[in-house]
Design a protein around this ligand. Structure first.
Ligand SMILES: [Zn+2]
Length: 405
């Protein structure tokens, strides 16, 4: 009944003007909608009570492969319960909390890292074929173009795809001339990957376990839809930082927790999938990159692969308006980020990006990072040495005027 009334109201307000526009983009184009969504998000953040970890623990059931954690970014132990996504058909549900200290969104209880492999052991690659594969590759191309010149010419450059799946991206990296490698946790996916590739090589497990990869010196490391799956992001990003060459970059593509789509969709947000654990935004990702030794971070807006790549998905006027609004609000439904290993890397590869920030690098947290997981991890993130507060990124060295103005 309510849905019907809403539909009717939209018809009266907007007519059929936006019917052909994909839903993720309608949000930006329909007048007044962004403002309403933003207010709703702020209202939800403010309204949720802040509770201690002890109280949260007492009120929340704990699954067999789960553990309670403090904020993975700033170690704050208090939390606000904001979302509880569920899928009745597939029978899963979890809780997503917000850190009142730094605003980070994460699943709590989280998955114990030693059980992460269980989630990807079988069947994870079955949908990576046919039409879905073509959509994926279109999306990769759109992001690669947005990050030009990073992916323009791979000749003489080493690339690692962390969480390469069935190698849909590695196939494109090969075509652009990169000396390409991949790692993944799913044996099924790797089998498909080997059939697809001609020169690139893929390995099962952690990058430390393959000699060709552990040697490091990578010019580009990519993480396509991987960040949200990592229960120990500090360990993984520190390790990847060590594998980068001096002018190397880490390219991260993940769901954008700072996007208007989250307050718009609430528990039904497309970012809340079964295996997602942590949800980053332009506000929170810089803290993690600074903590793991990156000298800078850059962001590119994501307008949606279809509307960018397919002619006449939107009228030229609508596309122009969409771009201006995405640029001035949230940078889109997906987060497109580049971590720069050094200042040199930031200067060389970040010049085209509209939002680039220098980071104050924090001293490493683990004395002996070495291969594999550092000892003492079972204690959870709360056991880490406390910090005075989240790292604030330094203001952009060359901020550009807001393109929406
Ligand atoms: Zn925090």
């Amino acid at each position: 009944m309510l849905t019907h009334a809403k539909r009717l109201l939209k018809r009266v307000l907007y007519g059929r003007r936006y019917d052909h526009v994909p839903w993720p983009q309608q949000l930006y184009l329909r007048p007044g909608e962004r403002q309403i969504r933003r207010l709703r998000g702020a209202w939800r953040d403010r309204g949720a009570p802040t509770v201690s970890l002890a109280d949260f623990r007492a009120a929340t059931p704990l699954g067999e492969i789960e553990e309670f954690i403090s904020c993975p970014l700033c170690s704050e132990s208090r939390q606000q319960l904001l979302y509880q996504p569920r899928n009745r058909r597939r029978n899963w549900t979890y809780r997503v909390v917000r850190c009142p200290g730094c605003g980070f969104l994460y699943r709590n209880p989280n998955i114990r890292p030693e059980h992460l492999g269980d989630l990807y052991a079988t069947g994870y690659s079955s949908f990576l074929t046919g039409r879905y594969a073509r959509h994926r590759q279109r999306r990769y191309r759109v992001v690669m173009d947005a990050l030009s010149p990073i992916f323009d010419d791979g000749r003489g450059r080493r690339l690692l795809d962390f969480g390469c799946g069935a190698a849909l991206f590695l196939e494109l990296a090969e075509q652009r001339g990169f000396e390409a490698y991949g790692v993944d946790l799913s044996p099924d996916s790797l089998e498909q990957a080997r059939k697809r590739l001609s020169s690139a090589r893929v390995f099962h497990g952690s990058p430390d376990e393959a000699e060709e990869i552990a040697a490091g010196g990578f010019h580009v490391i990519t993480m396509w839809s991987v960040m949200a799956h990592l229960p120990r992001p500090h360990d993984d990003l520190s390790m990847l930082r060590r594998l980068l060459a001096d002018d190397g970059v880490l390219v991260i593509f993940t769901v954008n927790a700072g996007s208007l789509h989250l307050p718009a969709q609430g528990n039904g947000w497309f970012g809340f999938t079964r295996n997602h654990l942590m949800f980053y935004s332009r506000d929170t990702l810089p803290t993690l990159l600074a903590d793991t030794g990156f000298a800078g971070v850059g962001f590119a807006p994501f307008y949606g692969a279809k509307v960018v790549a397919v002619d006449r998905a939107l009228t030229p006027r609508q596309l122009g308006r969409l771009k201006r609004r995405v640029d001035s609000t949230d940078f889109g439904s997906m987060l497109v980020a580049v971590g720069f290993a050094t200042e040199t890397a930031a200067e060389r590869w970040g010049a085209q990006l509209p939002d680039v920030r220098r980071l104050a690098i924090m001293p490493p947290r683990c004395a002996e990072p070495g291969p594999g997981r550092p000892a003492g991890h079972g204690a959870g993130a709360g056991a880490r040495s406390p910090r005075t507060g989240p790292t604030r990124p330094t203001p952009p060295g060359r901020a550009r005027p807001d393109p929406a103005r």
